[in-house]
Design a protein around this ligand. Structure first.
Ligand code: PHE
Length: 450
């Protein structure tokens, strides 16, 4: 395995953890979380979201790490190695690869927007505009054809270059600086947002649960968001699990990643919602929410344009560490299962994503009227992956590890070959075998029926 690790560039223990955390923290926290929360009832959504992160998210991350580290394989190879006589599980692996492809396709659209906003901020094009003009800027840009496509393509190329060169070490270093920098900047922005007049209404929206808003739709959305944000249910953490050293503590690693990820999402919420209400916007306005609210926040800050540049730069890098993890799922599959060269695998995967992803980009402009299941292609990909593909992937993973893989082996992997005392093993196993699959099944079925 050593040479696969090297070719992938993860050589250190902390590096794998940072890469996994960098993959988790991204647009999911700062772009998707506020827009989902805004559309699904505010505080009630937050409460359920946090509940899912701890009850299902952390145990599921441990589950994926166990599958990955035990098998030392990519998302498909893992099941071939761990269950050589049960070929049916390969479908779960294929589902993971498909999930990676679809998520990357629409994620790269928003990553492209971020890059474009960075350029706009650098040119001072967002400064001094009122809400209406900012909204117009967003609409003009996303409804176009070539610019959004070019921004997306640029982001894909950037990601492809990093993954091909295998310079995750560089990314590890960037992540070490980026994470704290992003925290600090978000805190500064939070202070500004909270001191805007009318901010308290936003805080109430974020923190005060209105229990009448909880229904099967809200539950499914919160579950999907927790999986999306933690990169669960589609093989990403299986792949990264295969890079984690045998001496690492899987519970501690998972808990840390989940805690950081949730903290960043909360901070983003505390920046966005006070501003949404202070500027009289609609919290349920959807995917554009953050790109319209934030320029307003910057414009109300001293040295706002500088803050805007730094922020969109950090957000682009946060998105990059996530797209790297998405591409890595596809590339690792190509290299290990199809025996492609790393470069070939990167190029083919990137091209495939661009072809599918450009349809997502165009669904804001030329293909805006094309709807399937009442949604544009972008919305459909976003909804189907987070609300169905990831929870279904997660359900199958818990069934695989809880019911089809020997308990002693699970315990052996979690305790690093018996070296660690895993006091809460029985609790973990209870969640793995019964609580998580049952909860997932109930939420999925009620979501489909509802
Ligand atoms: N978790 C990432 C984010 O929050 C998105 C992602 C999902 C990355 C699934 C990899 C796999 O931005």
């Amino acid at each position: 395995m050593a040479d696969i690790n090297n070719s992938r560039g993860f050589t250190s223990n902390i590096g794998a953890i940072l890469a996994a955390a960098g993959g988790a923290v991204g647009l999911g926290n700062i772009w998707r979380f506020p827009y989902m929360l805004g559309q699904n009832g505010g505080g009630a959504f937050l409460l359920i979201y946090i509940f899912f992160v701890f009850l299902i998210g952390i145990p599921l991350m441990m589950t994926e790490f166990i599958i990955g580290r035990r098998s030392q394989s990519n998302a498909v190879g893992a099941y071939r190695k761990l269950a050589p006589n049960q070929k049916g599980w390969l479908i779960l692996g294929i589902l993971s690869i498909l999930g990676g492809l679809l998520i990357y396709a629409f994620y790269s659209v928003v990553a492209g927007w971020t890059l474009n906003y960075l350029m706009l901020a650098c040119g001072g094009k967002l400064a001094g505009k009122d809400t209406q003009a900012i909204t117009q800027t967003f609409t003009n840009f996303t409804q176009g054809t070539w610019w959004p496509l070019a921004s997306q393509f640029l982001f894909l190329i950037l990601t492809g270059a990093v993954v091909t060169m295998g310079v995750q070490k560089g990314i590890e270093k960037i992540s070490k600086i980026l994470m704290p920098a992003l925290f600090i900047l978000l805190i500064a922005m939070c202070v500004r947002s909270l001191t805007l007049s009318g901010a308290s209404q936003g805080l109430t929206f974020l923190l005060k649960p209105d229990f009448s808003k909880i229904d099967s739709h809200c539950m499914l959305a919160a579950l999907g968001q927790s999986f999306f944000s933690l990169s669960l249910g589609m093989g990403c953490m299986v792949t990264y699990g295969s890079y984690i050293q045998k001496s690492d503590k899987l519970f501690k690693t998972s808990a840390w990643i989940a805690a950081c990820d949730t903290f960043v999402a909360l901070l983003a919420g505390a920046v966005i919602f006070p501003a949404v209400f202070a500027f009289g916007m609609n919290p349920a306005s959807g995917p554009e929410l953050v790109y319209i609210v934030l320029p307003n926040v910057f414009n109300s800050m001293p040295a706002g344009n500088l803050f805007a540049i730094i922020f969109f730069l950090l957000l682009s890098i946060a998105a990059l560490t996530s797209t790297i993890s998405l591409l890595e799922i596809l590339v690792a599959f190509g290299v290990e299962e199809l025996h492609w060269k790393r470069k070939t695998s990167s190029i083919i995967s990137t091209l495939a994503v661009f072809i599918i992803g450009s349809i997502c980009t165009l669904s804001f402009g030329p293909l805006k009227e094309f709807h399937l299941l009442d949604r544009t292609i972008f919305e459909l990909f976003d909804f189907l992956t987070a609300s169905y593909l990831m929870p279904i992937g997660a359900l199958l993973m818990t069934i695989f590890l809880g019911w089809f893989y020997p308990k002693v082996e699970v315990k052996d992997e979690l305790s690093n070959g018996g070296k660690l005392k895993v006091r809460a093993f029985n609790l973990y196993y209870l969640i793995l075998r019964y609580i998580a699959p049952l909860a997932l099944l109930i939420i999925l079925i009620s979501g489909i029926v509802g």
